[in-house]
Design a protein around this ligand. Structure first.
Ligand SMILES: [Zn+2]
Length: 479
């Protein structure tokens, strides 16, 4: 179908892109298309090994002395289809449809995330009548599967130090910072020995959970940390040995359940169960707002020979778990809703010879992230353990002064008659990678309203696309 809506050129390019399959990992063809686009128009173009494409366009008359502006979006989409759709998304195009208010696709995701950015950029590169400074248009690859293109990108291809990223889905929200992160695994070696004792299994569940980049600010309970508190109370009051401890699934998911087995002297069995239940009652009361469905299940067995952690290993595990920092560590000064630094003990596993605690650590401030990892190291190393750090990605720090943000804000107020929302997000964005590679980068992320991205219900607002287009053009003219 031909999308006959304003801005005509933007929707024309959007439909051209939809005709080229471009799910993550399948980007050769769309990348070729972008290079051809530039060559046909005599625009300088560079493509790298990761298939990222940069197209350069000179300033329009009168703007030759302006600083270049980087426009950026990702060329890949999350290609999904309804179960009854026969289409092969590797080879077949997206069928675009519209109800006059929204653009969507028949039985598949639309790829408005982030095809609309590609379409905006192509329309600007193609135009003769839009006033703008020198443009460096960056089309990255495989954002949706770990920002692979941005990670491989050679930043020396860019001269600009102002970057407009067009990969937000909330119209009226300017994103101005993002968290950097890392996975930190604290590994504690332990030894086992047999003791004569009663075994008690403890399972706590019904925790709220959530994504640690999005929902850590709620302050809900972390099942692993709560288990640490129960174990500390037991350790101090009845004496016990740890046997096994497991909780949560992933470092970046707030755990919804945690379970363990401990061994206690048989005469302490009843007392131990009372301590577990009493501690848990306190916790239920403390977290009744955020976690209303908490429950504890205990299963106590008769006396027998049990293989347990040594007393030293039990001490180490309990002290570590009950002293690890967790949750929000600091908020952005002046933006109290905004989490700046946090960590989440997402996963605990008892392996054959080690007990492993895995955290997702996040901060938009590199030095605060580093300090948190140092803290985890100190608690772990004092008990003979080690910390493995992996999957590090850079943050994008909030700038007190941002010319780009100021101009966008002024133009937004002129167009919409109201203030935009200016916020940071507590997860990774491509802007973080560019900000760490290009010193002193002034970046803002915006975009038109797109609902239900990454699903077959994805829909792009036509009116919002037009308003955002005007905002981009007015901003380019000012720059
Ligand atoms: Zn995106």
């Amino acid at each position: 179908m031909k999308l006959n809506y304003e801005p005509i050129k933007v929707f024309e390019f959007f439909e051209e892109i939809c005709a080229i399959p471009h799910g993550s990992g399948n980007l050769e063809e769309i990348s070729n298309y972008l290079v051809d686009f530039a060559n046909k128009r005599g625009l300088r173009v560079v493509r790298d090994e990761a298939l990222n494409v940069v197209i350069y366009k000179e300033a329009t008359a009168g703007n030759e002395n302006s600083e270049p502006v980087i426009l950026q979006g990702h060329m890949d989409m999350v290609a999904v289809k309804d179960s009854n759709v026969e289409k092969n998304l590797e080879t077949e195009c997206i069928e675009v449809d519209s109800d006059g208010e929204f653009i969507f696709a028949k039985g598949t995701s639309l790829g408005g995330d982030d095809g609309i950015a590609v379409a905006y950029m192509l329309a600007i590169l193609d135009s003769k009548d839009i006033k703008h400074p020198p443009i460096e248009a960056v089309f990255t690859t495989d954002e949706e599967i770990g920002m692979l293109g941005a990670n491989a990108f050679d930043a020396s291809l860019l001269k600009g130090r102002k970057l407009l990223n067009i990969d937000s889905e909330d119209e009226g929200v300017f994103t101005v910072s993002c968290a950097g992160g890392a996975t930190a695994k604290c590994v504690l070696p332990y030894k086992m020995e047999p003791v004569v004792a009663s075994v008690i299994e403890i399972r706590i569940e019904g925790f709220r959970g959530g994504h640690s980049g999005v929902e850590i600010n709620i302050g809900s309970a972390n099942a692993n940390i709560i288990m640490g508190r129960i174990l500390l109370n037991l350790f101090q009051n009845v004496g016990m040995r740890l046997m096994i401890l497991n909780g949560g699934e992933k470092d970046n998911a707030i755990p919804v359940l945690s379970e363990c087995a401990i061994a206690v002297h048989s005469e302490q069995k009843e007392n131990a169960i009372k301590i577990i239940n009493d501690t848990f009652e306190e916790i239920k009361d403390e977290y009744k707002v955020t976690d209303p469905n908490l429950s504890v299940i205990t299963n106590a067995m008769d006396e027998g020979v049990a293989d347990t952690f040594t007393s030293n290993a039990t001490l180490a595990a309990v002290v570590m778990l009950s002293n690890f920092p967790n949750g929000v560590q600091r908020r952005e000064p002046g933006m109290e809703e905004q989490v700046r630094t946090s960590l989440n003990l997402g996963k605990i596993r008892t392996e054959t010879e080690t007990l492993e605690f895995t955290f997702s650590v996040r901060s938009s401030k590199q030095s605060e992230k580093k300090y948190l990892i140092e803290k985890l190291k100190s608690i772990t190393e004092i008990f003979g353990g080690t910390v493995e750090v992996s999957g590090e990605y850079p943050g994008w720090e909030y700038r007190n002064e941002s010319v780009l943000r100021d101009i966008l804000r002024e133009e937004y107020i002129k167009l919409y008659g109201e203030e935009p929302v200016i916020e940071g997000i507590h997860a990774g964005l491509e802007c973080g990678i560019f900000a760490s590679e290009l010193g002193d980068l002034d970046a803002v992320s915006i975009g038109p309203q797109i609902d239900d991205i990454h699903t077959t219900k994805e829909k792009l607002s036509i009116a919002s696309t037009e308003r955002t287009w005007k905002l981009i053009l007015n901003t380019l003219e000012r720059l």
